[in-house]
Design a protein around this ligand. Structure first.
Ligand SMILES: Cc1ncc(COP(=O)(O)O)c(C=O)c1O
Length: 365
């Protein structure tokens, strides 16, 4: 493969955005064809009832694919809801907080876990602990539930060292890790993830729940019906009209993932891409990965150059070359490359060539 040819290809946009992120090319084509196609009724699947047999068939296929790809045990149910992951940082306390005799525990590993804790405090008292750090296991064992975010998208931190607890009332926000790691179902009661990073378009929030726990909870009376997990489960996520185009795109993305080799492909690909990029950054005198090696995310790689100005110049240079979405989050600054399922080792090599080219021209000034 000639990387320089690839780099000169004006059509090659390398999208390293943290989310919404790049869709697979095949899925973009499918979307385009879909919008031009019609069912026998003369309408398309997004113009007919979500109670139609055609839509139900798509729904069943999404559930089957997800169960197979993520190895979801039979005693877990899947909900496809709205509001994004942030709405579910409200839904979680509303559904799972009980008497306040056993406070929920929120583990803080970065921006998104802190925001989830802040939201939960609107509904009752909670306890928070920073991770990594020493955790009081008795408190965690006694908690209403325990919430954490295994991949902190903004901080570029991955932490998943929660000790085994005596219960499975553990909730993990997997918005930016869903298809980058295997999911330890034996110790989780609930995971949630919005769709715009791993499942295509924004608009669906996947919530996967242990059915036994779901049967035991008593959602707060003020919980909106659309965010009431028991109610949504009873109506098979169709309590209200679903975001049909996002559901269908998620279906095509899942089919694409299965065609590539499923979760094994995704995890190996993510690991390989991250290794390539961190190795380059660690050997560089100009770039620096900013997270300690034992906490590094393999999905959101945060790094910096010499100073704030050179970070900005680097992001501008990359954008001119068709590499987009690399500017760090406004809360953190620096640079960040997000490597979801469409990013391949070949594209990482192209990215590294661009980083080298920027360094050379910067040093020449
Ligand atoms: C880990 C994590 N949690 C929550 C969110 C918020 O997701 P949404 O915008 O879908 O509410 C994000 C968004 O990037 C995220 O990365």
């Amino acid at each position: 493969m000639n990387l320089l040819n690839l780099m000169d290809d004006q059509d090659l946009i390398l999208n390293l955005s943290p989310g919404p992120s790049a869709l697979p090319h095949d899925v973009v084509k499918q979307l385009r064809d879909f919008l031009n196609s019609r069912l026998e009724t003369g309408s398309s699947l997004i113009e007919i009832s979500h109670r139609s047999s055609e839509f139900k068939a798509a729904h069943t296929r999404i559930k089957d694919l997800l169960r197979r790809l993520l190895l979801i045990p039979d005693d877990y149910t899947m909900l496809f809801l709205q509001g994004g992951a942030r709405a579910h940082t409200s839904a979680i306390p509303m559904n799972f907080m009980t008497t306040q005799a056993k406070l929920p525990v929120y583990l803080n590993s970065g921006v998104w876990s802190a925001l989830a804790a802040q939201e939960a405090k609107r509904y009752g008292d909670i306890e928070t602990y920073s991770v990594p750090g020493v955790l009081p296991i008795e408190r965690l064992n006694d908690a209403d539930y325990c919430h954490y975010v295994n991949n902190e998208t903004i901080d570029g931190i991955y932490w998943d060292k929660l000790p085994k607890l005596s219960h499975r009332r553990v909730i993990c926000d997997m918005t930016s890790s869903l298809l980058s790691c295997s999911i330890p179902w034996s110790r989780l009661g609930c995971i949630y993830a919005s769709s715009q990073k791993y499942l295509g378009l924004p608009g669906v929030t996947l919530v996967i729940l242990d059915r036994k726990w779901l049967a035991r909870i008593t959602p707060m009376p003020q919980t909106p019906s659309t965010l009431n997990y028991q109610q949504q489960d009873q109506s098979d996520s169709l309590f209200n009209t679903p975001t049909n185009i996002s559901w269908l795109t998620a279906l095509w993305v899942l089919e694409w993932i299965e065609s590539k080799g499923g979760l094994t492909y995704c995890v190996n690909n993510a690991t390989h891409c991250a290794q390539l990029l961190y190795t380059f950054l660690d050997q560089s005198q100009f770039y620096q990965a900013t997270v300690e090696s034992h906490l590094r995310s393999k999905v959101n790689i945060v790094f910096k150059t010499r100073n704030v100005q050179s970070d900005q110049d680097c992001a501008d240079y990359l954008a001119q070359k068709g590499v987009i979405g690399v500017k760090g989050h406004s809360l953190k600054g620096g640079l960040r490359a997000s490597l979801y399922s469409t990013i391949t080792p070949e594209l990482i090599h192209v990215f590294i060539e661009h980083l080298k080219a920027f360094e050379e021209q910067y040093d020449a000034i």
